[in-house]
Design a protein around this ligand. Structure first.
Ligand code: C2E
Ligand code: MG
Ligand code: MG
Length: 715
């Protein structure tokens, strides 16, 4: 019988080692092995002692030695593998190789059983009755004990049982005497019973082992499950802690963000408030601006309409403020405006005050009972403004002119009211008598028109709606175009084309001529630089006295030349004599400086102003332009005047231009008198820039043609 059949017989389904319970069975054999071996050693020694006394001594000793050796080898095997304390189980088997262990253990048991069988065969017949009985009892006892010890292996238990019981039982049957026969039969019956017990014991042991296995697995699984649960719990705790942490962090972030948002909202609100304030205020003075004032006035008018009360709009304009700006500079000018604004706000807290523009202020006075109260306010305003103050270590006193318009007497809308107050102020400035002027519908249409122009001009300068035309000046000796005079044009969308003779004086008065003149200079030089021909004409630009007074003329001229890359000798400047009436030395030095650069200076409209021929000696000019009125009357009564102008000019070495030449006779007479240049409708009217270029091309062509004809005639 092999251990494999042994194991199959025990489990009935798998080889040793396959079923974990069989591994446990082998472990159990080894565990109980020591006790069995000890009993076997004692019994074998006792029976050997009995047999030694009654049989052949040497054979007994041999047997005893043999069984002792077998038992010792088995003891070594058991002690080596069946260490007490080692647990049973898959994870910690006593016998690492169950199959081999079973083989070794089985071999030891079978060897022991064979030696017991040999003992019966060799010594039983020589023993006396007591010895035989003792042997039978010992063997039966051994078999009984082995049922438990060998219960893990049913096969081993049965074989061991058979080897111990059957040889002795069979021998007992052969012994004479009925008692031995009985011994033998009982022995065989004992074997059968023991074999059955072995089966039952084996079954119980295996069931217990399997249950223990299942139990252990369950415990193991439970432990594992607990471990997993604990690990899951730990993870859960960590996750919870993290969640709490992130919740705290989130809460903190939300609080911080909320605080930020609140702060941002506050900032935005205050920014919006500041913006609204800025949008409603004049940045320099902090007074209401135009839009806010107009809104306020509209509301005041509608409430006056409801209550049936009157209201007054006062238009206050500083006198000679331009001079402050020109003389002391813009920073000082701004300082003056700020000081006046502060004064007005401090003194007149019951009325609304706005800065309308430049040096203009608007005041609305509500619920007035009589015109007088508005006049009183006008006087108080003037007194407040006129108080002297110190700017840049200089005492300054500025007066103001106030225009008053009343609702509903003079106008019913806010635009009309402001306009009426403005016109009244303008009239006040014009007549210089009444510094506080009430609007009057009989104010001259001319004044209203001038006022209108002044306003329109301001807008035109800002929007730059001017254009230039050019009028040729021809050289009577060289018979060619010498220069082109630049004349500015202004076309207003509503007022139509306005003559420079009309708007230039206004621009001179308001100071806007400086800006306009600068633009004209740049444009004229730019155009001149594009004129065709081998030797293109010069460009002649009219300059106002105000431009020289502003002190920027030299710089403006040089910038214009530089910007257009135009030679200085191609620029002529036309100035009127009135320039030299007031500040001679200043103007003289400016003109002298310009002439030094190669620029030609002309005295325009000669003879109309302070015509004093003696001036010519001192003035740094190259040419004079005889005014068209003299040219016009040359054949009537102006002939001697023109004659004397030409003679004097020649005496001072100056060239003469005759302007406004309209007829061929005028041209002939002037040429005969010695006029060097002619200008007027006879030659050409004013031309657009494009027409100017075309005119110059045509001139060049005609001259070439004339030269060719002359050359052919000479040939
Ligand atoms: P001005 O400088 O004496 O210019 C000559 C004026 O006489 C021009 O009038 C011109 O169109 C006109 N004219 C030219 N030939 C004839 C003619 O044969 N017959 C008649 N009846 N008139 C003629 P405009 O363009 O109306 O200019 C008037 C004045 O305006 C100019 O007089 C000049 O003093 C001023 N002006 C024009 N442009 C400018 C400018 O850019 N700057 C300045 N400061 N003043 C300018
Ligand atoms: Mg001119
Ligand atoms: Mg002129």
């Amino acid at each position: 019988m092999t251990p494999r059949t042994l194991s199959r017989s025990t489990s009935g389904e798998a080889a040793a080692g396959d079923d974990p319970a069989e591994q446990d069975a082998v472990d159990l054999l080894y565990r109980y092995g020591v006790g069995g071996l000890a009993i076997s050693a004692m019994t074998s020694s006792s029976l050997a002692f009995v047999a030694f006394r009654q049989s052949h001594n040497r054979l007994v000793i041999g047997w005893w030695l043999s069984i002792s050796v077998v038992l010792a080898l088995r003891a070594i095997d058991v002690l080596r593998f069946g260490k007490p304390g080692s647990g049973l189980g898959v994870s910690d088997p006593i016998v690492r190789n169950a199959k081999l262990g079973l083989w070794r253990f089985g071999a030891g048991v079978i060897a022991t059983g064979i030696l017991w069988g040999l003992f019966a065969g060799l010594f039983l017949k020589n023993l006396d009755d007591i010895g035989r009985s003792a042997t039978a009892v010992v063997l039966c006892g051994m078999v009984g004990g082995s049922i438990t010890v060998l219960s893990p292996s049913r096969g081993l238990a049965i074989v061991y049982n058979a080897l111990l019981v059957l040889p002795a039982s069979i021998l007992f049957v052969t012994f004479p005497g009925p008692q031995y026969t009985l011994f033998g039969v009982v022995g065989c019956g004992f074997f059968v019973v023991m074999a059955n017990s072995s089966r039952i014991s084996h079954k119980a042991t295996m069931t217990a082992l399997r249950l223990s296995r299942i139990n252990e697995r369950l415990l193991h699984d439970m432990a594992e499950e607990r471990g997993r649960t604990e690990a899951a719990n730990d993870e859960l705790k960590i996750a919870q802690a993290e969640l709490e942490e992130s919740n705290r962090f989130l809460e903190f972030r939300i609080k911080a963000r909320t605080a930020d948002l609140e702060r941002e909202m506050l900032e935005k609100e205050s920014y919006a408030e500041r913006l609204a304030l800025l949008a409603s205020r004049d940045p320099l003075t902090g007074l209401y601006n135009r839009a806010t004032f107009a809104d306020y006035l509209a509301k005041a008018i509608s409430s006056a309409e409801t209550t049936g009360m009157s209201l007054a709009v006062l238009f206050l304009d500083l006198d000679k403020f331009k001079e402050v700006n020109d003389v002391m500079g813009h920073i000082a000018g701004d300082q003056v405006l700020k000081t006046i604004a502060t004064r007005l706000v401090t003194h007149f807290q019951d009325v609304k005050i706005a800065r309308w523009g430049g040096d203009e202020f608007l005041i609305v006075m509500e619920e007035i009972d009589s015109t007088d109260s508005s006049f009183q306010l006008g006087h108080a305003l003037r007194d407040c403004v006129a108080e002297a103050f110190e700017i840049e270590h200089r005492m300054l006193a500025i007066d103001a002119t106030v225009g008053i318009a009343l609702y509903p007497q003079h106008a019913r809308t806010q635009e009309e009211l402001i306009w009426a107050a403005d016109v009244a102020m303008f009239a006040g400035k014009a007549d210089k008598q009444s510094r506080i002027r009430l609007f009057d519908s009989t104010l001259s249409a001319n004044l209203v028109h001038r006022h209108q122009l002044e306003q329109a001009l301001r807008e035109a300068v800002a929007g730059n709606t001017f254009s230039l035309v050019f009028q040729p000046v021809i050289d009577t000796r060289r018979k060619r175009c010498d220069a082109m005079e630049t004349l500015v044009r202004w076309h207003h969308p509503k007022l139509g084309t306005i003559s420079p003779a009309e708007f230039i004086p206004i621009a001179e008065r308001t100071g806007e001529i400086v800006e306009i003149g600068r633009w004209v200079l740049h444009e004229a030089c730019r155009e001149a630089a594009s004129w065709p021909g081998r030797d293109p004409p010069a460009v002649s630009v009219n300059i106002s006295a105000a431009q020289i007074e502003a002190g920027t003329l030299v710089a403006d001229v040089l910038n214009a030349l530089e910007g257009a890359k135009l030679r200085p000798d191609r620029l002529h400047l036309e100035l009127t004599e009135s320039l030299f009436a007031t500040d001679q030395s200043g103007a003289v030095s400016v003109l002298a400086e310009l002439r030094k650069k190669g620029i030609h200076v002309l005295l325009d409209d000669f003879g109309t102003g302070f015509s004093c021929l003696a001036y010519l000696q001192r003035l740094p000019v190259d040419r004079i332009k005889v005014d068209q009125t003299f040219v016009n009357g040359i054949h009537v009564d102006a002939g001697p005047i023109v004659e004397s102008i030409l003679t004097t000019a020649r005496a001072f070495g100056l060239e003469v231009v005759a302007e406004g030449v309209e007829t061929a006779e005028q041209a002939e007479t002037l040429t005969a008198m010695g006029a060097h240049y002619l200008q007027g409708h006879l030659i050409s009217g004013a031309l657009t820039p494009r027409a100017t270029r075309e005119w110059l091309v045509a001139q060049e062509r005609d001259r070439d043609g004339h030269h060719r004809t002359l050359a052919a005639a000479h040939e």
